[in-house]
Every structure is written in structure tokens, then in C-alpha cells.
Design a protein around this ligand. Structure first.
Ligand code: PBG
Ligand code: ZN
Length: 344
């Protein structure tokens, strides 16, 4: 009988609150309704964080589906206008451009050709959507006939210092075409410093650099290499991209890019490197980007296509986790879908 302990017959009531003190916290209290969950939510996912990558190819009226990346296309410059209207219409602040040139050579000359595919794409996008932030990936692997991120010596080594000059020329050519932000991804030592110097010397002191500072030699780039036709023809990228087991080394990479003049730092890939994102966030005060790469996108798409996971929930969970780890900018192939889901 619940009332029995209260019949005290003049004696002091037993200290019921002590006897019944909960030995555990009831954390479920603030999960009990959608409203409470909203109020206690710690991480906000917003379209304001998104950058959507685009693959620009040579030719006319091309809209070629990329098999391992359902929903993504190689687009020719004439088809960009419609695409960027849609992107801007969804409220996405920026795009990241990759180029598929008509010809490749040992010196990657298509990368710094002032009338190359990316340069033409920049002009077309700035004309169609002047407020869309046009970021360019600055690398040489899509333009070299051997598919490495810099010129190769006779011994088959990627030549670091020879790459710097070509990367600087490429970034400068993008800035001249109207790029708002340049993003070197070759993982050559000194690339940020070289690009900063070239931009400053040519009147582009206000063009910021987003450094792919900690970029790992990752299996998750597989689908991208199909999309960008940039697979190395021999060897791999392990002599310049980072070794996946390392995190302290990532902080050294970032430190060096900050010293070289980076305005925004990036960790790539994102999902298998959340600890690296978190470490970068706690150590550095620059804006931090994370690249939710092609393989991460492909895994979600493939599992969803098989009915094994719910694509919308999985994609938003992944993006939220990357935000929670500390990234402020999310480069993601899910940007258009996520923008729609968040608007619902
Ligand atoms: C170019 C570059 C790559 C990616 C971005 N820039 C490929 C690579 O380094 O092999 C990968 C992006 C993705 O997988 O989505 N160096
Ligand atoms: Zn590259």
C-alpha cells in the first residue's frame, strides 16, 4: 500500500526521497518528443555548409552519367548553366570544379591553359550565377597522360618541386578566369606557399586558398577516378598522399599549410577520418572543411539501391557526423539531395 508509509502517527516521516533516490540518470526524458529532441540537439546541419563538386568535360551537350556515382554527371560547359541554376536555387553556396580535358600530356598543359575546360567553366558559371562561390580543384592528375598529380622523373618518381610551378600556374589561370577560391589537392610539399606567392605577384592577393591539407592515400577515391578519368597509369599515390594510420602527421601537414598561407584547411576523406577532423578542429582556428568523398557517397548509394539502408537517413547521419566532428564546410555529392531534404 502506497499510503502506509505516510501514516506516521505523530512520528517523523521516513526520508522517502533518500530511500527512493534514482541510482541512474533518466537521459530518455529529453528524447521523449520531437520538440524536446530539437531543443537539446547539439549539431545543426545546414545547406550553408555545402559545396557541390562538378565534373566538367570537353565537347558539346554532354551529360554523361557516372556509373559508380548515381545522380552525378560529367557535364560539358554548355550544360553548366542549367545545372548551376538548380544548385543556386537549392541554396547551396558553392561548387568545386574538376576538369576532363580533350588531351592529356606529360606536362599537364591542359591544367593551366587559359581556355581549358575548367577556365571556360568558371566563366560560364560566373556569368550564369555570379553569387555562387566557384572553387577549383588545383591538381594535375586529370591532365597528365600518366595520371599522377605532378610531372614524373625518369625514375618514375613524382617530382615535387617541378610540380609546384605547374600548380601555381594552374591556380593563377583559374583566378584569372574568375575563380573565387582555389583548392590545391596534389599533396606536394610547399604547394600552398607557391600558389600564394604566384597569386600575390599577379594581383590576386584577395583570392583565398582552401588547402587539401590532410589528404590520405585512400581507397575511397575509387569512384572519383572513374568520374575524373584520373587513375594513375602505374603505381599509386602513396609517396605523396598520407598514410591512413597517421593522425599526428596530419597536424604537421595542416600546420605547414597554415604557415604557407592557407585560408581554409581540409581533411579528406571524411567518414573514416572523423578523429582527424576533430583533432584539426581543436588545434587550429581556421575554417575547416571535410571532403565526403566519392567512395563514401557510392557506399550509401549502393546499399540504398539494394534496399539495405534508408538513403536519406544514412546520408543525413553521415553529414551530421562530419559536422559533429568539427567540420564547418562539407564538400559532398549528396549536397543537392540533402538541400532538398533539409528544406522539407
Ligand atoms: C585530385 C583529387 C582526387 C579527389 C579530389 N581531388 C583524387 C585523387 O587524389 O586520387 C578525390 C575526390 C573523391 O574521391 O570524391 N588529386
Ligand atoms: Zn591529383
Amino acid at each position: 500500500m502506497a499510503t502506509r508509509t505516510r501514516r506516521t502517527n505523530g512520528k517523523a516521516a521516513p526520508a522517502a526521497s533518500t530511500a527512493q533516490a534514482a541510482p541512474f540518470a533518466r537521459l530518455r526524458r529529453t528524447r521523449a518528443s520531437a520538440g524536446l529532441r530539437r531543443l537539446v540537439r547539439e549539431t545543426e546541419l545546414s545547406v550553408d555548409s555545402f559545396i557541390y563538386p562538378l565534373f566538367v568535360t570537353h565537347g558539346k551537350n554532354v551529360r554523361a552519367p557516372i556509373a559508380p556515382m548515381p545522380g552525378c554527371y560529367q557535364l560539358s560547359v554548355d550544360n553548366l548553366r542549367r545545372e548551376v541554376r538548380e544548385i543556386a536555387g537549392l541554396g547551396i553556396p558553392g561548387v568545386l570544379l574538376f576538369g576532363l580535358p580533350p588531351r592529356k600530356d606529360s606536362e599537364a598543359s591542359g591544367a593551366y591553359d587559359d581556355s581549358g575546360v575548367v577556365q571556360e567553366a568558371i566563366r560560364a558559371i560566373k556569368d550564369a550565377e555570379p553569387n555562387l562561390v566557384v572553387t577549383t580543384d588545383v591538381c594535375l592528375c586529370e591532365y597528365t597522360d600518366h595520371g599522377h598529380c605532378g610531372p614524373v622523373t625518369g625514375a618514375g618518381q613524382v617530382n615535387n618541386d617541378a610540380s609546384l610551378e605547374l600548380l601555381a600556374r594552374t591556380a593563377l589561370s583559374h583566378a584569372r578566369a574568375g575563380a573565387d577560391l582555389v583548392a590545391p589537392s596534389a599533396m606536394m610539399d610547399g604547394q600552398v606557399q607557391a600558389i600564394r606567392a604566384a597569386l600575390d605577384a599577379d594581383g590576386f592577393a584577395m583570392t583565398p586558398i582552401m588547402a587539401y591539407a590532410a589528404k590520405y592515400a585512400s581507397s575511397f577515391f575509387g569512384p572519383f577516378r572513374v568520374a575524373a578519368d584520373s587513375a594513375p597509369q602505374f603505381g599509386d599515390r602513396r609517396s605523396y598522399q598520407m598514410d591512413p594510420p597517421n593522425v599526428r602527421e596530419a597536424l604537421r601537414e595542416i600546420e605547414d599549410d597554415v604557415a604557407g598561407g592557407a585560408d581554409i584547411i581540409m581533411v579528406k576523406p571524411a567518414l573514416a577520418y572523423l578523429d582527424v577532423i576533430a583533432a584539426a578542429r581543436s588545434r587550429f582556428d581556421l575554417p575547416l572543411a571535410a571532403y565526403n568523398v566519392s567512395g563514401e557517397y557510392a557506399m550509401v548509394k549502393a546499399a540504398a539501391a539494394n534496399g539495405w539502408i534508408d538513403e536519406r537517413r544514412a546520408a543525413l547521419e553521415v553529414l551530421t557526423a562530419i559536422r559533429r566532428a568539427g567540420a564547418g564546410i562539407l564538400i559532398t555529392y549528396h549536397a543537392k539531395d540533402a538541400a532538398r531534404w533539409l528544406a522539407e
